[in-house]
Design a protein. Structure first.
Length: 188
């Protein structure tokens, strides 16, 4: 039979530790943190964006946010593309994905890991990414949960500080990249 007095003391002690941790002044690493090091090339993305996408699954309404997290060591992106029922996509659909950009010091490249609601995980490496560049290109180096040999490419074209175009392309094994979708986004 357990000692209930011991359980009560233990629970009280754990509760006190939890309250102490909640009240501790941990440094904030929220959305107000700027990006560190080479990730500064992507700092112009921080904020909320809306736009329209067009591509193989049809026309979509796109909502996206980019946020500096964990002291500026990572850039997190949340994306939702909503496709109303239409000729090219009679059922309609909602596509969600979550991603993280980081800087791989060993390769001196920005890496982008993207997790899709369908279970795909794309890992891209930046081919072009500089703060002054009007174009940023990420090419896949690995894709989980898709047949072997497929490749993906994400290209961001910056036209102004408050607008950019994203082009997403796929390549079947041994074939060239083909446009899957193109989104025009504006800062909100």
């Amino acid at each position: 039979m357990p000692n209930t007095r011991w359980l009560t003391r233990r629970e009280t002690m754990l509760g006190g530790v939890a309250l102490t941790l909640l009240a501790s002044p941990f440094p904030s690493a929220g959305a107000d943190a700027t990006l560190q090091g080479e990730l500064k090339a992507l700092e112009r993305l921080i904020g909320n964006w809306r736009g329209v996408g067009e591509g193989q699954p049809g026309t979509s309404q796109v909502e996206r946010s980019y946020e500096s997290v964990l002291g500026g060591q990572f850039l997190m992106v949340r994306n939702t593309s909503t496709y109303a029922p239409q000729e090219r996509n009679p059922q309609g659909e909602t596509h969600d994905d979550l991603g993280f950009f980081s800087f791989d010091k060993a390769r001196e490249r920005i890496v982008f890991r993207q997790f899709h609601v369908e279970g795909f995980v794309n890992q891209y490496v930046a081919a072009i990414a500089t703060p002054e560049s009007e174009i940023v290109v990420f090419e896949s180096e690995a894709i989980e949960n898709i047949p072997t040999g497929w490749h993906a490419r994400e290209t961001y074209h910056f036209s102004r500080a408050d607008a950019f175009e994203e082009v997403f392309e796929l390549a079947e094994p041994y074939k060239d990249f083909a446009l899957y979708s193109r989104s025009q986004l504006r800062r909100v």
